[in-house]
Design a protein around this ligand. Structure first.
Ligand code: URA
Length: 157
């Protein structure tokens, strides 16, 4: 969801209860942290496109559980279509389900600070804001990833 002319897209994990209710990504507590970091990084949420690796809230089997592999695989065509139609220059991959899209086989700690350019787009790896809510020392890494995304998007204008 967001600006269809966005040069930066952010891919998170999955909608939580607030996101499901409002049908909008990142409107809960992690969204509040993300909003603050976007602002500090000089980015406007309204000029970006925000989406998730799965588009339905994973519910059965636990409150806000991680999406299962079959759920990630089933939803992947939606995400691929969004990114193909939107064609952002930079895609920020947040958290353990999004990072492997651009950094196959990597976990957030392996990929922290990494950038990978393909012919189509530039991937930036980031910890997930929900992780920084539990481990605040990782907030600076998310901020650094967002700054980097801004620089890369501005650079390739
Ligand atoms: N966490 C996510 O990964 N995505 C959301 O939309 C909200 C919380």
């Amino acid at each position: 969801m967001g600006n269809r002319r966005a040069t930066i897209a952010i891919v998170g994990m999955a909608p939580g209860a607030n996101e499901e209710r409002q049908q909008t990504p990142f409107v809960g507590r992690s969204g509040e942290l993300l909003n603050r970091l976007l602002e500090l990084a000089g980015l406007r949420r309204g000029s970006m496109f925000l989406t998730n690796t799965v588009h339905c809230r994973p519910k059965e089997g636990g409150r806000n559980r991680d999406p299962l592999p079959f759920e990630l695989i089933s939803c992947r065509p939606w995400l691929d279509t969004e990114l193909r139609l939107l064609h952002p220059k930079v895609v920020v991959l947040m958290g353990k389900t999004a990072i492997p899209i651009g950094f196959p086989g990597m976990r957030p700690s392996d990929a922290n600070g990494l950038v990978r350019a393909t012919g189509e787009r530039i991937y930036v790896s980031s910890y997930h804001p929900a992780y920084a809510l539990r481990q605040p020392s990782f907030t600076k890494d998310i901020f650094a990833a967002l700054r980097l995304a801004k620089e890369l998007a501005d650079d390739t204008d």
